[in-house]
Ligand binder design. Structure first.
Ligand code: NAI
Ligand code: MG
Length: 497
């Protein structure tokens, strides 16, 4: 059996594929192993899915390699037709949007309203890259009379893609769409906590009409299937989103196998800076959204909040009030803002950090404990009076927990905001244009939001400075990850030596 009937309050019954998606078919793993998928809101088993091990990775890579062979249907397809297939996939996402959102809420625990937002962003991303498919080209470069040189952007080949559980389907779309627009084939491994939406989406890949082997989607664990992808000798490129720790492992595996190309989108500890001249109500809304959106399980979460000293007390009091209004609970209630953390392990990690914060002497303004009796729910938690060298100010917590401290002026805040090993994102809230530009210029971060937070868009490059990653996703920048330049230099002058 490679599918099962599941039910959500939004969709009623639906068919959930549970097999490995290889060559456009759902199949069992070679070892016949399955693993449990847990509903984080109830802690109950939703279903079991088939598990990919090393052997299945080999089979999927062979399928992707075959689909990438010169002369294959995929390689000979007109670029515009590649774009059409992506448009068809976007259309199928749109048609099934409510179901995809429900599966995401069931699997990850995010609220249904936020899940709908994710699906909208998937559709935007897939359409955006559909548009790129027939616009990827090289250059003619003149060097001297009698020579003719041109470059081409060729698809890089078979791609391995390893994604996390915080935005299961959005990360699927960010990885798959640019790879396909560029003409690559791929083997994508979903996170073991959240395999369901990626499999439903895989069935849409088949329905859209992509040739077999172009897209392969595996459910499996990091240490087995993930490691097999990172060290595979026949994968040309690996793209990873997840922890900095595993990012290092992937880079090492790539280096010691076939030197496959590597892009990494890793952790963060992003500063969110509020100046005294900011609109305080708007700033509080963005700060609240910056840290508590997706239960704080965002690589770019605004988890370090720096507030100018003259407004600090007022800000903390009002932010606390705002955070306490966030509705925490059942992901399927329309008004829920924050659902459960994804797993018992993540719940425990976060509760440990809360304990450490208390021991380090920071003040709990609100939260600091679990919510309810069942499910991995944690109350929105604000720590004030946090020193820059405290663990809760330096380490990624990846939960609904933020640390607040005060600052004097722009120079002061830049020094403390940049005092981190990460560099994914940052934000500045001010009405002064000069302050906004000066601070943005000097923040060591791949994205800086001004008077907002978390406003990602498929046309804007996203990625990390420092230990937050290598390479950029989204926008035109992502095309560089999935193509390589070939230079053709033609001599038209006969023998020169
Ligand atoms: P992780 O980095 O272990 O998992 C992410 C993905 O990598 C999953 O698909 C996993 O199966 C895979 N993976 C794990 N070990 C691997 C290995 N040795 N080789 C190849 N693939 C491997 O993240 P985890 O353990 O789920 O979460 C730990 C922390 O990582 C979180 O608390 C958070 O701080 C950070 N994280 C950051 C994310 C981001 O968006 N940048 C997403 C998820 C986690
Ligand atoms: Mg891990």
């Amino acid at each position: 059996m490679t599918s099962i009937q599941l039910e959500t309050p939004v969709t009623g019954k639906y068919t959930q594929p549970t097999g490995l998606f290889i060559n456009n078919e759902f199949v069992k793993g070679k070892k016949g192993q399955e693993f449990e998928v847990i509903n984080p809101a109830t802690e109950k088993v939703t279903c079991k899915v088939h598990e990919a091990t090393e052997e299945d990775v080999d089979i999927a890579v062979a399928a992707a390699r075959k689909a990438f062979q010169p002369g294959s249907e995929w390689r000979t397809m007109a670029t515009a037709d590649r774009g059409k297939l992506l448009l068809k996939l976007a259309e199928l996402f749109e048609k099934n949007a409510e179901m995809l959102a429900a599966v995401e809420a069931l699997d990850n625990g995010k609220s249904i309203s936020m899940a709908r937002g994710d699906i909208g962003a998937c559709i935007g991303c897939i359409r955006y890259y559909a548009g790129w498919a027939d616009k990827i080209h090289g250059k003619v470069i003149t060097t001297a009379e009698g020579s003719f040189n041109y470059t081409k952007r060729e698809p890089i080949g078979v791609c391995g893609q390893i994604i996390p559980w915080n935005f299961p389907l959005l990360m699927w779309a960010w990885k798959i769409a640019p790879a396909l627009a560029c003409g690559c084939t791929l083997v994508l491994k979903t996170a073991e906590q959240t395999p369901l939406s990626g499999l439903v989406a895989a069935s849409l890949v088949k329905e859209a009409g992509f040739p077999p082997g172009v897209v392969n989607v595996l459910s499996g664990f990091g240490k087995t299937a993930g490691a097999a992808i990172a060290s595979h000798m026949d994968i040309d490129k690996v793209a990873f989103t997840g922890s900095t720790l595993v990012g290092r492992t992937i880079m090492k595996a790539a280096a010691s196998s076939n030197l496959k190309k590597v892009t990494l989108e890793l952790g963060g500890k992003s500063p969110n800076i509020v100046f005294e001249d900011a609109d305080i109500d708007e700033a509080i809304s963005w700060v609240n959204f910056g840290i508590f959106y997706n239960h704080g399980q965002c690589c770019c979460a605004g988890s370090r909040i720096y507030v100018q000293e003259s407004i600090y007390d007022k800000f903390v009091a009002r932010f606390k009030e705002r955070a306490e209004q966030n509705i925490v609970g059942d992901p399927f209630h329309e008004k829920t803002f924050q659902g459960p953390q994804v797993s018992q392990l993540q719940y425990d990690r976060i509760m440990d950090y809360i304990k450490i914060g208390k021991e380090e002497g920071a003040t709990v303004e609100t939260g600091g404990e679990r919510h309810g009796d069942v499910g991995y729910f944690i109350k929105p938690t604000i720590f004030s009076n946090v020193k820059n060298d405290m663990k809760i100010m330096q380490e990624e917590i990846f939960g609904p927990v933020c640390a607040i401290a005060k600052f004097k002026d722009a120079d002061d805040v830049l020094e403390i905001a940049n005092d981190t090993t990460y560099g994914l994102a940052a934000a500045v809230h001010t009405k002064n244009l000069n302050t906004a530009i000066k601070v943005s210029d000097n923040l060591k971060a791949g994205t800086v939001w001004v008077n907002s937070y978390n406003l990602l868009h498929w046309s804007l490059p996203f990625g990390g400075f420092r230990q937050s990653g290598i390479g950029r996703e989204l926008g035109k920048a992502a095309l560089e990850n999935y193509t390589q330049i070939k230079t053709v230099a033609i001599n038209m002058k006969g023998a020169m030596f």
